[in-house]
Design a binder for this molecule. Structure first.
Ligand code: RB5
Length: 150
C-alpha cells in the first residue's frame, strides 16, 4: 500500500473533520502536510483547495484530501489543476470506484453531509483500493488530452 505523505486541507466548515482525518492518518503511519484551515473561523474554501491541488498537480504529493461543507466547492477548485483527479465521495462505493476506475488522487468529502465515522471508512477504502489501469487508463488519457476546452 502507498504510504507516501498526504497533503490535507479544509475550510472552516470541515475543520473538525480535517482534524479527525489528520489524526487517523498520523496514527496509521502516514506523514501529513496540513495546509489549513487552522481553526473554525470563516475562510474561503478556494484558498485551501488551491494550496492542496497545486501541490498534487506539481507532483510534490501523490495524494491529497480536501474537505468543505458539501465537498462541492473543493471538487470544483481541485479539478481545475492538471494532473489532479479529485473525486467527491460521500459514500463508500464512490470512493472505491474512484480509485479502481478513475485513479483519483484527491479525495473530497463534505463535512456537513456525512458523519466522522463514515468519513473515516471512506478514507480507509480510498487509501486501500488500487487503480485497475488498462481500459480505465485509456479513458483518463482521453480526457487528459483535451486540456482547456474554452
Ligand atoms: C461554506 O459555508 C461552504 O460554502 C463550503 O464549506 C462548501 O460547502 C462549498 O462548496
Amino acid at each position: 500500500m502507498d504510504k507516501s505523505p498526504i497533503v490535507i486541507g479544509s475550510d472552516h466548515a470541515a475543520y473538525n473533520l480535517k482534524e479527525k482525518i489528520r489524526m487517523y492518518l498520523l496514527e496509521n503511519g502516514y506523514e501529513v502536510e496540513d495546509a489549513g484551515a487552522k481553526n473554525e473561523n470563516s475562510v474561503d474554501y478556494p484558498d485551501y483547495g488551491i494550496k492542496v491541488a497545486s501541490l498534487v498537480s506539481a507532483g510534490k504529493f501523490n495524494r491529497g484530501i480536501l474537505l468543505c461543507g458539501t465537498g462541492i466547492g473543493m471538487s470544483m477548485v481541485a479539478n481545475r489543476f492538471s494532473n489532479v483527479r479529485a473525486a467527491l465521495c460521500n459514500d463508500l462505493f464512490s470512493a472505491i470506484m474512484s480509485r479502481r476506475h478513475n485513479n483519483s488522487n484527491v479525495l473530497v468529502m463534505g463535512g456537513r453531509v456525512i458523519g466522522d465515522v463514515l468519513a473515516i471508512e471512506i478514507l480507509k477504502a480510498w487509501l486501500e483500493t488500487s487503480f485497475e489501469a488498462g481500459r480505465h487508463q485509456l479513458r483518463i488519457d482521453k480526457f487528459n488530452s483535451i486540456g482547456k476546452v474554452v
